[in-house]
Every structure is written in structure tokens, then in C-alpha cells.
Design a protein around this ligand. Structure first.
Ligand code: ADP
Ligand code: ADP
Length: 228
């Protein structure tokens, strides 16, 4: 459902961050992008929602070239979770989660119901957390809100760029299990970036290994472990 064909990215300063990569992600698949810092993982993610337009090649979603999408429409149809969480500090939790549904024109009642449903889905009691502000939550709780926000408008694709790297090891392990469970439950397509091989092996249906802007290998954890 998400297809890259010979996709490259050259930044304005002439640096080529991604070099002719091709891959195909199935609907409902959990793909992990792994590689050292600077290997082009974030750039690959940003090209999917046109935060960074690709320079050449073709990216398509369900057979439709992303060049034919309006960038802000595309961003509303793709959930994005980043390491720095990026909640708006002056908005309550419910307002943070409701941003995209509101932009899509949902009414207040629909938004409220969706916010409550999502808070429950990520293990936060709406009665307690809906009206709090981000700084009143722990890092792990804030990242749960970040995940709820990315899911808010029911996107088909969820992008997660090192979502747990700022968390302590225990919280990180908990959230890994929770995101795997969410993936099973929702059956959405996930693309997840990490530089941690344990995390990749634990979470990925398939793992794409990037280095110096190139895609070196793309395979299941079993194959990567047993047929190096
Ligand atoms: P990763 O996510 O694997 O750490 P990135 O995709 O962030 O890698 O970056 C890949 C390469 O592109 C790095 O060398 C980085 O310095 C460079 N890069 C990233 N963003 C820009 C930019 N806006 N302008 C120029 N070069 C950039
Ligand atoms: P527009 O271009 O229509 O004003 P944007 O797509 O720029 O809207 O989004 C505005 C803000 O809403 C962004 O800064 C981002 O934090 C948040 N946002 C937008 N789309 C999503 C999404 N799918 N998941 C999570 N947050 C989003």
C-alpha cells in the first residue's frame, strides 16, 4: 500500500541523504527502519508525508502518487509520532489529541468521544487526564498522548520516528509492548524508526537496514537473524 520506487533526496545544500531506495509495504504491516545516525531514516519518513519532498523517483500510497496529494491533506491522513513528542504545552491533553479531527471539521461531540476512546486505548483514564496539561504528565504518559494524537483522525499509516528514545528503559519496554498490541488491534500500516536492533527485532514484521542513504537489506527478523 506504500511504495517507494528509486526514491532519492538531495537537500538544498546539495547533500544526498537518500540514494535511490525502493521498497513496498503491505497494508497492516509493521516495518522498522534501522541504521546508524545520519543514514537517512528520518528523511525517508519525512518524504512519506511530504514534510521533505523527494527529489526523484516515485512514492505512492494505494497506487496514488503522493505528488497528487495536497501536503496538509496528506499530513492529516498520516499519523506522525516523534521522539520530542511535540505536544502543545498551552493546550490540554484533550485539545492536543483533537487537533487533527478539528481541522477535519468533526463536531465537538464527535471529538470528545474520540478523545476519550483514544485515551483509554493508550491506557490513560480520560476522567483524570483529559483536562491536564502536558507538563503535568510523565514522559511516558506524554508519549502515550503523542500516540493517541497520531491515531486521532483514524489514519491508514502511522509513522513513528524514534518515539521511545527519550524514555527510561522500563517505560520504553512497556511502550514497545503497548505499540505492538495497538498494531495488532488496529491492523494499520506502521513505519517505525529506531537505531536499536533489539527494538527492531521485537517490533518489526520486517526490518529495513539503511546505511549512507542506501537500503542495504529488507527482511523478516527470522531471516536477518538466521541468514546473515
Ligand atoms: P537519520 O534519521 O538516519 O539519522 P537523517 O535522515 O536525519 O538520518 O539524515 C541523513 C543525512 O542528511 C545526514 O547526513 C544529515 O546531516 C542530512 N540532513 C538531514 N536534514 C538535512 C537538511 N535539512 N539539510 C541538509 N542535510 C540534511
Ligand atoms: P495545516 O497545514 O492544515 O495547517 P498541518 O498539517 O500543518 O495543518 O498540522 C498542524 C499541526 O497539527 C502540526 O504542527 C502537527 O503538530 C499537528 N498534526 C497535523 N497532522 C497530524 C497528524 N496526522 N498527527 C499528529 N499531529 C498532526
Amino acid at each position: 500500500m506504500l511504495k517507494f520506487e528509486n526514491v532519492s533526496k538531495v537537500y538544498d545544500d546539495g547533500f544526498q541523504a537518500v540514494k535511490s531506495i525502493s521498497f513496498d509495504i503491505q497494508e497492516g504491516e509493521f516495518l522498522v527502519l534501522i541504521g546508524p545516525s545520519g543514514s537517512g531514516k528520518s528523511t525517508t519518513m519525512k518524504m512519506i508525508n511530504k514534510m521533505e519532498p523527494h527529489t526523484s523517483g516515485t512514492i505512492s500510497i494505494n497506487g496514488k502518487d503522493i505528488n497528487s496529494y495536497n501536503p496538509s491533506e496528506l499530513r492529516k491522513d498520516i499519523g506522525y509520532v516523534i521522539q520530542q513528542i511535540g505536544l502543545f504545552p498551552h493546550y490540554t491533553i484533550e485539545k492536543n489529541i483533537g487537533i487533527v479531527p478539528q481541522m477535519k471539521g468533526w463536531n465537538d461531540k464527535e471529538i470528545k468521544a474520540r478523545v476519550n476512546e483514544l485515551l483509554e486505548l493508550v491506557g490513560l483514564d480520560p476522567e483524570v487526564y483529559a483536562t491536564r496539561y502536558p507538563k503535568e504528565l510523565s514522559g511516558g504518559q506524554q508519549q502515550r498522548v503523542g500516540i493517541a494524537r497520531a491515531l486521532a483522525a483514524n489514519p491508514d499509516i502511522i509513522l513513528m520516528d524514534e518515539p521511545f528514545s527519550a524514555l527510561d528503559p522500563l517505560t520504553r519496554e512497556q511502550l514497545q509492548a503497548e505499540v505492538s498490541a495497538l498494531h495488532k488491534k488496529l491492523n494499520k500500516t506502521f513505519v517505525f524508526v529506531t537505531h536499536d536492533m533489539d527494538e527492531a527485532l521485537k517490533m518489526g514484521d520486517r526490518i529495513a537496514i539503511m546505511k549512507d542513504g542506501k537500503l542495504l537489506q529488507l527482511d523478516t527478523p527470522e531471516k536477518l537473524l538466521h541468514e546473515p
